[in-house]
Design a protein around this ligand. Structure first.
Ligand code: IMP
Ligand code: MG
Length: 178
């Protein structure tokens, strides 16, 4: 298992993209009345950078969801710590690190929809270019579209490792060891 060098996406590119996304969000949405929900753990670096580029929002909350084992989606999404504020009739911005199979985000969106929010906007840093079976949601804001590789860094991990890397790298797996 090794990090592919050079990085797929460098910190400067991320910084620039985060500012662009913040600008778009401000143009489209009345940020003052926005309830932001961040999906832990992966989106935390992206969210804190993005949120610092926005004017004051109404609230910031966190949902923890997990679906990955190593480099593969387990196909099942676990949600923890769901102390979600009342979003009934409110505009919600959901921030996620990566849109892969879409299962995690779909589960969180379905959960929030039960409360009848006014709108749910989905902002993801990365979206993998792939076919998604049974997924009815799509992202409203995407930082970068990437090929279907496993990536780490800037919040994204492999079994808990590599989250704190400032750049995003493809992780190459040695199948004989894994
Ligand atoms: P999905 O449910 O398949 O869309 O995957 C969403 C979650 O799986 C993300 O929030 C990530 O935490 C994790 N994930 C998906 N792809 C990757 C990847 O390439 N690297 C690291 N984590 C990933
Ligand atoms: Mg995640």
């Amino acid at each position: 298992m090794q990090l592919i060098l050079p990085p797929l996406i460098r910190r400067e590119q991320i910084r620039h993209k985060v500012s662009e996304l913040a600008e778009k969000i401000c143009k489209d949405i009345d940020v003052e009345n926005l309830c932001v929900i961040v999906i832990l753990k992966g989106a935390v670096f992206f969210a804190t950078d993005l949120l610092r580029e926005l004017p004051p929002v109404a609230s910031i909350d966190f949902i923890r969801a997990e679906s990955y084992q190593g480099c593969n989606s387990s196909g099942k999404v676990k949600m923890f710590d769901n102390h979600i504020p009342d979003v009934k009739g409110k505009k919600v911005l959901l921030i996620e690190d990566i849109f892969d199979t879409g299962l995690t985000t779909q589960k969180v969106v379905d959960y929030l929809r039960e409360q009848s929010p006014k709108d749910i906007y989905l902002c993801v840093l990365l979206e993998k270019k792939k076919y998604r079976k049974g997924i009815t949601i799509s992202s409203d804001y995407v930082g970068f579209y990437i090929e279907d590789n496993f990536v780490v860094g800037y919040g994204m991990d492999y079994d808990g490792k590599f989250r704190n890397l400032p750049d995003i790298h493809i992780l190459a797996l040695d199948k004989s060891i894994d």
